[in-house]
Design a protein around this ligand. Structure first.
Ligand SMILES: C[S@@+](CC[C@H](N)C(=O)[O-])C[C@H]1O[C@@H](n2cnc3c(N)ncnc32)[C@H](O)[C@@H]1O
Length: 486
């Protein structure tokens, strides 16, 4: 069994010997090291100047639909696997056994550097729950998540199960493809990777989570928004996330010149260059980060299995963008209004305002989102005790619509006061809910004799989600109470 350091060295030798990458001091300015609280990370091995190239990954060394599609061709009817499904299938077929190395002849040294398990990832608990095989501690952690994170996790679980079924169906139609697997248990795969059989669902989860947490955008299609534009990229995939300014800037192949007369769409699918941002130099031994995107903590925990930890006073000072998703509370409100609520839901749906209701700590003052205010304005356009569609519904709709269109500022003074009161009530409920949520986290129960070593860390992550909710709710209610005009 190799240690992490030997695997890193193997990866570099493979990149140099098989793919011609420059891994000398001028070509590679980073290395993988332990990053406490975040697994491994990328660190500068020498001082780097702004805009300097950190490393360049050869196109053939990346795992994406371009480097895999010959192995996984389209079906006769032209349908094919999605990029996520194709990369996940490849990882599944070449998953290392236990702590050994991946035996894939094409990408083995790279696959061997990937995490071996995702026990602390909420999707793991959720998939096990779906399979009715989750442990008490996993169940208890799921139960301790805020409702908005749990709803997002359910959506991710459905996406995962859909991908699993699709990939399993594709593979089961092609024994030839399964035969390319480098795994020792290939006979077992041949027998059990078939419809209605979940024997390999957790192996696929390992593969899928590697794809979901490690892939980055990489232009492979002439359309910038195509779903095939993603890749696993060695070296870069050790970079951890920062909510602040990114250190690493991927230089998309579309920014690189293509040979004159080339028939390839402009710059698609070339070597991937990563430079240091033009803003700041880095010192030797400094960790260098990649900003994964403007994700809120709810998205980070569900997609990547961690949160940006922060203290409550940083939220109050406006140093971080904290937010709460209040979809469940707003849905409950409309549901309580019978036929009138259904009618209002129809309008909000049609006008594009149904769902995605949030409250934010920044830009200060803390505020409910415009979507939330707009939806509550409609909600309060009809007196709360009325459960039937009002006779003057057309008139009510027109009055609300002219506020949405910017013709009028408000529906009425009374309406303004009513929705502000509702926001205040929601904040109160959110603060109480956060208190009991934090208690649940404290009291996560377990029957296991040995507790997972990540348990306290993950409890800290979930507690942070609740603190964020409590603090945003407190700040928004302060805004309402001091009469802030949003
Ligand atoms: C692209 S990988 C980064 C390398 C990873 N740390 C490793 O050990 O291989 C993404 C994963 O790293 C971890 N991670 C990234 N940024 C983090 C951060 N700021 N804090 C904690 N964990 C982080 C999460 O587990 C995430 O799913």
């Amino acid at each position: 069994m190799l240690d992490d350091n030997s695997r890193w060295k193997n990866l570099l030798h493979w990149l140099r010997d098989k793919h011609g990458m420059d891994i000398g001091p001028g070509g590679l300015r980073v290395e993988c090291r332990e990053a406490p609280g975040a697994g491994k990370g990328l660190f500068a091995i020498q001082p780097c100047k702004p805009s300097e190239t950190l490393f360049t990954i050869p196109a053939k060394a990346m795992i994406n639909v371009k480097t895999l599609s010959q192995l996984y061709p389209a079906r006769k009817d032209g349908s094919t696997l999605s990029a996520t499904q194709m990369i996940s299938l490849h990882l599944l077929l070449h998953k290392p056994h236990g702590n050994e190395e991946s035996l894939d002849r094409t990408f083995g040294p790279y696959i061997s550097t990937m995490p071996r398990d995702f026990e602390s990832h909420p999707l793991t608990w959720s998939v096990r729950k779906h399979l009715k095989r989750c442990s008490l501690v996993e169940d208890s952690l799921l139960d301790a998540l805020p409702p908005s994170a749990l709803a997002a996790l359910h959506r991710l679980t459905s996406r995962y199960v859909e991908d699993w079924k699709n990939t399993r169906a594709y593979a089961s139609e092609r024994l030839g493809i399964i035969s390319t697997s480098s795994r020792d248990d290939i006979q077992d795969i041949k027998q059990n990777l078939c419809p209605d059989n979940d024997t390999f669902i957790e192996d696929y989860l390992w593969a899928w989570l590697n794809v979901n947490t490690r892939c980055i955008y990489y232009r492979l299609d002439s359309s910038p928004s195509s779903t095939i534009n993603l890749t696993l990229c060695p070296v870069l995939d050790f970079a951890n996330h920062t909510p602040k300014q990114t250190n690493i800037v991927p230089s998309l192949p579309s920014n690189q010149p293509t040979a004159p007369g080339s028939r390839k769409p402009f710059g698609v699918g070339g070597d991937y260059i990563f430079t240091l941002s033009k803003e700041t130099p880095v010192k030797q031994d400094q960790e260098i980060f990649l900003r994964y995107g403007g994700h809120c903590n709810r998205a980070l925990v569900v997609e990547y299995g961690f949160v940006n930890l922060f203290s409550e006073d940083t939220i109050a000072k406006g140093d971080v963008d904290a937010e709460i998703d209040v979809e469940d509370l707003v849905e409950k409100l409309f549901e309580s209004r019978g036929a009138c609520g259904e009618w209002m839901k129809g309008i909000l749906d049609y006008e594009g305002y149904w769902g995605d209701w949030t409250m934010h700590s920044t830009l200060q003052p803390a505020h409910p989102s415009y979507r939330l205010i707009t939806s509550l304005r409609l909600y309060h356009s009809v007196e709360e005790s009325i459960l039937e569609i009002p006779e003057n519904s057309e008139e009510i709709f027109e009055a609300w619509k002219s506020v949405v269109a910017g013709v009028d500022e408000i529906v009425s003074e009374q309406n303004e006061q009513a929705w502000r009161r509702t926001v205040l009530d929601m904040c109160k409920e959110l603060m109480q809910r956060a208190e009991s949520g934090m208690n649940k986290v404290e009291n996560v129960s377990y029957s296991e004799i040995t507790l997972p070593d990540w348990l306290e860390w993950m409890k800290g992550n979930i507690a942070c989600l609740w603190q964020e909710e409590r603090e945003v709710a407190r700040l928004v209610s302060e805004s309402i109470n001091t009469g802030v005009d949003f």
